[in-house]
Design a protein around this ligand. Structure first.
Ligand code: PBG
Length: 325
């Protein structure tokens, strides 16, 4: 019989053969695990809409970080819920604030774990917006100054990387200059560069107690239909000195991840956000989807689209159960 067509199935016949020709494998080194720090001691409170995700006081969170480090996950990203919120979110740059406390506790338990801090104000302001309000909207330039204060407070407390998630214009530049002027030229910035105003953040706002009290975030986060603008946002953050850029959310924005990957050679992160996590948990609880299979399929797709790093609430569980090595 002459050669008529190609038999793709030859390399799909056994698991071993499939493993040999697999193009994309998610590794634990790719993962960044998000954690939520709250005031108090001995606090471990599950987020109703995010089964398996907890608000933790810094003592509990530090213990958790030791487990995460022992599993071989290289990094966590910390979100802080302060004791007191105000109009400007001033507890966000306090030297003894919730994040500085958390960093100290984590460093005592797991010194080699990379501690990344989310830099934003929505958890710290009484109105839940990501900055200072002037004339009914978030004012860009004063917020940028405050973000730089916050990033510096995190740097002084020992953070290994800061990650501004606010979407103010020019904040990477001002944070970079502030860090450099204060002896932190070595500290990398992971910029939430293309962050969309997404419905997928719903469950996070319960976890971070950061839902806006009026309006929404559409005047600062990106309009979901805009893919080309996302590439421009990334270009700007690269020009301002970002070391790692991010696309967020991930699952509904795989095309954006791919576009950014094709355009830039920086490390690229993607945030597998709360709603993406909760959808899988909820469907699995109903018995409608196979939890492990879907979680791995989604994370693999995010990496296949071009992400080098994935922020995901699945990290600890999937590594602990050997599903990611
Ligand atoms: C803002 C911030 C948000 C998330 C990360 N940083 C929420 C928002 O912009 O409203 C969302 C993460 C998630 O949904 O998992 N500090």
């Amino acid at each position: 019989m002459s050669y008529e067509f190609f038999r793709f199935r030859r390399l799909r016949r056994t698991d071993t053969l499939r493993r040999m020709v697999r193009e994309t494998v998610v590794l634990k080194e790719d993962l960044i695990y998000p954690l939520f720090a709250v005031p108090g001691r001995g606090v471990k409170k599950e987020i109703t809409s995010m089964p398996g995700v907890f608000q933790m006081s810094v003592d509990v969170l530090a213990e958790e970080c030791r487990v995460v480090r022992d599993l071989g996950i290289p990094a966590v990203i910390l979100f802080g819920i302060p004791e007191k919120k105000d109009e400007t979110g001033s507890s966000g740059w306090a030297a003894d604030g919730i994040i500085p406390q958390a960093i100290a506790a984590v460093k005592a338990q797991a010194p080699d774990l990379a501690v990344i801090t989310d830099v934003c104000f929505c958890e710290y302001t009484s109105h839940g917006h990501c900055g200072v309000i002037r004339d009914g909207d978030v004012a860009n330039d004063p917020t940028v100054e405050n973000l730089a204060h916050q990033a510096l407070a995190h740097a002084r407390a020992g953070a290994d990387m800061v990650a501004p998630s606010d979407m103010m214009d020019g904040r990477v530049l001002v944070i970079r200059r502030t860090l450099d002027a204060n002896g932190f030229t070595h500290l990398p910035i992971m910029a939430y560069s293309a962050k969309f105003a997404s419905g997928f953040y719903g469950p996070f706002r319960e976890a971070a107690e950061s839902a806006p009290q009026f309006g929404d975030r559409r005047s600062y986060q990106m309009d979901p239909p805009n893919g080309r603008e996302a590439v421009r946002e990334v270009a700007e953050d690269v020009a301002e000195g970002a070391d790692i850029v991010m696309v967020k959310p991930a699952l509904a924005y795989l095309d954006v991840i791919r576009a950014v990957r094709d355009e830039f050679d920086l490390p690229l992160a993607a945030y597998n956000v709360s709603g993406e996590y909760s959808m899988i948990k909820a469907a699995a609880q109903q018995g409608w989807l196979d939890h492990d299979r879907i979680a791995l399929e989604v994370l693999t797709a995010i990496k296949r689209a071009g992400a080098d790093l994935i922020l995901t609430y699945f990290a600890k569980d999937l590594v602990a159960r050997g599903l990611i090595r």
